[in-house]
Each structure stands twice: as structure tokens, then as C-alpha cells.
Design a protein around this ligand. Structure first.
Ligand code: G3P
Ligand code: MG
Length: 248
């Protein structure tokens, strides 16, 4: 079997329906029949990989402060569910290990985005890849992505045969093709809400697999698909699934 991105990936688990980057999100995606999830990983002060998106805990927990300054014990006391809905009261920030257990149990593929806190790009990639090397076997269903070239380069140095994805912002650097080549990525991930057809043509010309994020409008998913983009990352993957043609 070769590495092939699925057509739909649940963004931050299944962020439209469950608090982002939680076990509840992973299970929600699996319950919908989604085959892959995208999750963001950081490390705690004491170097434990956890699922978390922001550098500060304010938006998605019941307190405030920089996550890089918190130990795992402190992170585990946070409520990462109530901000989303009272029904998720008591939801914890999961460790990467807990998330992988759930992903393996539900037989999902994983796009793991290394979302290091500033200055921790190399360290985060090192700790995450080291942990994954002990708990993940099927590299056709694992993709390590990042906006950080330092994190991707570290992943390349540690495990050049693992699949990597280059994340581009809505305003990519001029030499993004060189980065994709240099980092030997399997895929390029771009903001599919802002991209125009010329940019998508340039992306397709690289021959890399493409993932468009974060698409919650089935009409836009359909446009992207008609331009040749196979993989859509969405907060509402069920809506996208209903709106696009299934291609094998
Ligand atoms: O990996 C795609 C997407 O998750 C990138 O943006 O900010 O949602 O992590 P963000
Ligand atoms: Mg992400």
C-alpha cells in the first residue's frame, strides 16, 4: 500500500461538533465515519506531548496563561470542554499518547500538526517523533505536518522515511516550492478558502498530494475538488462528505 491522503480529514478532531483536540473530537469523527483526523501537538513545560492549538490556554480552557509554562499535572487540571459547551464539562487536554490510543482503537489515520510554541520548534519535533516511534507502526496512515520549517527539518533528520506535509499560510513565502523540495514532503497543505486557481495549478504542478484547510462550505469543497484538490480538512466533515463526489 502507498501513502494516500483521504478525501476528508476532521480538523482538530471534529471541531464543529466537539471541543478541538480532545478525545471527544476523535470519537465524534470516528462515529461519523470519518477515516482521518488532523490534530495539533505541543509539549508541556516538562516535555510531554499534548494536543493543543494556541500558545495561551485562554480561548479553549477555563483559565489563562502560556501553555509552555505548564507541567502535565497542571495541564491535566484544565477544563478543555466547557468553553465549547456545558455538555463537555470536565473534558481534559489529552496527551499525545492518550490520543494515539483512541486513534488506534477507532482505526483512524492521523495528520499530526507540530504546533510548537515559539522557540520550541526543534525540541517539540524531537519529543513528538521519539514518542511516536514507540507507539505508531503504519506509516501509510500517519502524516507529520507543520508550518515550521525547523520542525519539518527535524522530522526529516530523525525519520526521513516518514511522510511529511508542508503547511502554507494564506500568504506563502515566494520560494515555497524550494521548501517543499528541500524538506522532501509528501503533501502540501494550503488555505483553501483564499487560494485562486493559478495558485492551485502551481500546487498541482509539484506532483505532491494536496490538502486544503479549513473548508466548512460544501460549495467551496466542490470548487476545490473540480480544480483537482483531493483532500479537504474540515470542522464539519460530515457536511463536506455529503457535498463532494467520492473518488477512490
Ligand atoms: O493543518 C491544517 C490546519 O490545522 C492549519 O491551521 O491553525 O487550524 O492549525 P490551524
Ligand atoms: Mg492544525
Amino acid at each position: 500500500m502507498v501513502f494516500k491522503l483521504p478525501q476528508i480529514i476532521g480538523h482538530r478532531g471534529c471541531a464543529g461538533y466537539a471541543p478541538e483536540n480532545t478525545l471527544a473530537g476523535i470519537h465524534t469523527a470516528a462515529d461519523m465515519g470519518i477515516k482521518w483526523v488532523e490534530l495539533d501537538v505541543k509539549i508541556t513545560k516538562d516535555q510531554v506531548p499534548i494536543l493543543f492549538h494556541d500558545d495561551d490556554v485562554e480561548r479553549t480552557t477555563n483559565t489563562t496563561g502560556p501553555i509552555a509554562e505548564m507541567t502535565l499535572d497542571e495541564v491535566k487540571k484544565l477544563d478543555a470542554g466547557t468553553w465549547f459547551s456545558e455538555s463537555f464539562l470536565g473534558t481534559q487536554v489529552p496527551t499525545l499518547h492518550e490520543a494515539i490510543d483512541a486513534i488506534l482503537e477507532r482505526d483512524l489515520g492521523l495528520n499530526l500538526e507540530i504546533k510548537a510554541c515559539p522557540g520550541r520548534e526543534k525540541e517539540t519535533a524531537e519529543v513528538v517523533l521519539d514518542e511516536l516511534s514507540h507507539i505508531w507502526d503504519d506509516h501509510n496512515r500517519l502524516l507529520i505536518s507543520s508550518f515550521s520549517h525547523v520542525s519539518l527539518e527535524t522530522a526529516f533528520d530523525m525519520a526521513d522515511d516518514w511522510n511529511r506535509g508542508l503547511l502554507l499560510t494564506a500568504e506563502p513565502p515566494e520560494n515555497w516550492q524550494e521548501f517543499a523540495q528541500h524538506l522532501d514532503v509528501s503533501s502540501i497543505h494550503f488555505n483553501g478558502n483564499d487560494a485562486n486557481s493559478d495558485f492551485i495549478a502551481a500546487l498541482l504542478e509539484t506532483g505532491k498530494q494536496l490538502m486544503a484547510y479549513t473548508i466548512n462550505d460544501p460549495g467551496q469543497a466542490h470548487v476545490l475538488q473540480s480544480l483537482g484538490v483531493r483532500c479537504i480538512c474540515s470542522d464539519e466533515p460530515d457536511v463536506i462528505m455529503d457535498g463532494i463526489l467520492t473518488v477512490h
